[in-house]
Design a protein around this ligand. Structure first.
Ligand code: SF4
Ligand code: FES
Length: 356
């Protein structure tokens, strides 16, 4: 049997606990509680097995990974195992002492998220009073430490007009890189889609702002566009079971952060099987790997090894069957569902906040 190539990246969701409650969170609606979380030995074993399997990078994520007291120990282990480590954080739990410890442990990069540029906008989305000031302070500390930093802004209908101010803040805070990421509609984001999905005009304006910033130079800009306004899908996760492996707080191993919605399949856990056995042999990882599973129109499409048929979780959420072509693709027989969602996104519906 030919084994698949090893994953490049591990997304280690250390915890679902988080002081913020953003309504676009990509965590599942059924959040995992503290009592179910892997302990330190469990996470150490995940990192060791990941390095053994051939993983090159680990992204410590959550929830808020800084809520875990063993984060420094895990970063230090990642360094020993030659894993490039990235911390994905809201920054609200960061202070000088913790940052110094992370730096000493060998942390390679920090991705610091911002909900908005205005205090009111940030508090409306994150739901935490005073969060914006704490994030700005965190950015200053990170800048002073010399750890490479990317600022991440998730954009949506309410804040998308402020992209130029987001770039100005990134420059002011000395970030080398900024990511403007349109909300992805999974988990809580899908629940709040009608409130968050920008109009086509807003998207065009956002894209112009990104292009204008790129033309200025000096700041590296990543731009993640919203699927719903595209006519070809993204290669979600670089293809199912091809580049990413995701481990949830309780040790479930998934091909993407949203895969727990896939019905009629067992979700393997590192507490029961090795990471390598799960990656190479589990029915979940082999379900949509490669191109053999594809229906038409993907099966005979020249893009099938570029976008891998798009996103399985989106296909499931919008068509009821994860094995369908991603309906974002205009060749999909279900593409009208995406157009309908765009047409029906309303002006001011209530936000449903992420909560346990
Ligand atoms: Fe991609 Fe399938 Fe659409 Fe072709 S038909 S562009 S492979 S989603
Ligand atoms: Fe699961 Fe795209 S989010 S395959």
């Amino acid at each position: 049997m030919t084994l698949p190539s090893p994953p490049m990246s591990l997304l280690a969701e250390l915890t679902h606990r988080c002081p913020l409650s953003c309504p676009y969170c990509s965590n599942p609606l059924e959040l995992e509680r503290k009592a179910a979380e892997l302990d330190t030995a469990g996470w150490r074993s995940v990192l060791e097995q990941a390095a053994e399997l051939g993983v090159l990078q680990v992204h410590f994520s959550g929830g808020e990974p800084m809520a875990r007291p063993d984060l420094v120990e895990l970063v230090s282990l990642a360094r020993k195992l030659n894993l490039y480590s990235n911390l994905i954080t809201s920054g609200v739990l960061l202070d000088e002492t913790k940052l110094e410890a992370l730096d000493k442990a060998g942390l390679d990069h920090i991705q610091l998220s911002f909900q908005d540029v205005t205090e009111a906008g940030a508090e409306r989305i994150g739901g935490l009073k005073g969060a914006q000031a704490r994030k700005i302070e965190a950015a200053r500390l990170i800048r002073a430490s010399g750890i490479p930093m990317t600022l991440n802004f998730v954009v949506h209908r309410e804040n998308v007009a402020r992209i130029p101010e987001m770039f100005a803040l990134a420059r002011e805070l000395g970030a080398g890189r900024v990511e403007i990421a349109h909300t992805q509609y999974y988990g809580w984001g899908l629940k709040n889609r009608d409130a968050l999905l920008p109009s086509r005009e807003q998207l065009q304006e956002a894209t112009r702002a990104v292009e204008a910033e790129r033309a200025k130079g000096g700041l590296s800009v990543d731009y993640v566009t919203p699927d719903y306004h595209a006519d070809r899908p993204k290669p979600c996760m670089g293809g199912w079971g091809q580049r990413f492996v995701n481990v949830t707080p309780s040790g479930r191993v998934l091909p993407c952060h949203a895969a727990e919605i896939i019905p009629d399949v067992a979700f393997p856990n590192v507490q029961d099987r090795t990471l390598s056995d799960i990656w190479n042999c589990s029915p979940l990882f082999n379900m949509f790997r490669g191109t053999d599973w594809m229906p038409e129109p993907c099966r005979s499409c020249e893009r099938k090894e570029q976008d891998w048929g798009g996103c399985r979780c989106q296909a499931l959420a919008l068509t009821g069957n994860a094995a369908n072509t991603d309906p974002v693709c205009s060749l999909s027989p279900f593409h009208d569902r995406v157009e309908k969602a765009v047409a029906e996104a309303s002006e001011k519906p209530e936000l449903v906040y992420r909560r346990f």
